[in-house]
Design a protein. Structure first.
Length: 249
């Protein structure tokens, strides 16, 4: 493992019904690379809060469900107020390996990147070995190709849920104006590219299981449509046809 660069690292965990996997995910976090851990519970109906209270982390709970995007907004606001310099979003369902955290934060702490994506598609065949369903792979590749065209990037996986952000990026992109649902992630990426932040990828391994959170067909279809709409809005904004507050300082 490389030597850790200077800078405060905070892991944020947007949680909903993660009681069965939270402790195992927490135990796998390399604590010598992480200064603080924040869990935001989005009105779980299981014992997520009870499990979280037994762990040495900062717990925030929503009295009402606000959605995946709304959960992340709370995560990032609290991390920024704790003076984090690198913020890692880690799902508590065990789908992504916490041991990758050093590789995610090193490019940020050394000043080489502002956004690091844990790509499930960077290595040939990794998506299949990780258990990603074929239809999700196909949809991911299609949406990623369109977004790369709009963003003028050549990234392999723009729909990974494993990400690390620099403090400067979260302070400058207007993420509080973004959607409350899953399309929040796509809007953040489009904002990062639009405002000129440096985006890099590192290979990430995933584990799809019964406990891993997974977007169902209905919400997935809405997510795809809203992602394409956000990409179109960015194109219209850049051409001055229709201005959007999501892409304005």
């Amino acid at each position: 493992m490389p030597e850790r660069p200077a800078g405060k690292v905070v892991v944020v965990m947007p949680a909903r019904n993660a009681a069965r996997t939270l402790e195992q995910t927490y135990a796998a976090i390399p604590r010598d690379w992480v200064d603080e851990i924040i869990l935001v519970d989005d009105k779980s109906t299981d014992a997520t809060i009870d499990v979280a209270r037994r762990l040495p982390l900062h717990l925030i709970w929503h009295p009402h469900n606000v959605g995946y995007g709304g959960n992340q907004k709370t995560c990032y606001l609290d991390a920024l107020q704790r003076d984090a310099e690198a913020i890692v979003m880690l799902h508590p369902d065990g789908q992504y390996e916490p041991t990758l955290i050093p590789e995610l934060v090193t490019p940020i702490l050394t000043g080489r990147a502002d956004l690091v994506l844990g790509s499930r598609l960077a290595e040939p065949g990794a998506w299949r070995r990780g258990g990603m369903p074929v239809h999700k792979y196909v949809a991911n590749r299609g949406l990623t190709a369109i977004e790369n065209r709009v963003m003028d990037t050549r990234l392999s996986d723009l729909h990974t849920g494993y990400r690390a952000y620099s403090r400067r990026l979260l302070l400058e992109i207007p993420f509080l104006r973004n959607a409350l649902d899953f399309s929040f992630d796509s809007e953040v990426l489009l904002q990062a590219a639009h405002f000129g932040f440096r985006i890099v990828e590192v290979p990430a391994r995933t584990r799809y299981s019964e406990d891993a959170s997974s977007i169902t067909l209905g919400p997935a279809s809405v997510y795809a449509v809203k992602t394409l709409w956000a990409a179109l809005r960015l194109g219209l904004h850049r051409r001055g046809v229709v201005r959007s507050r999501k892409f304005s300082p």
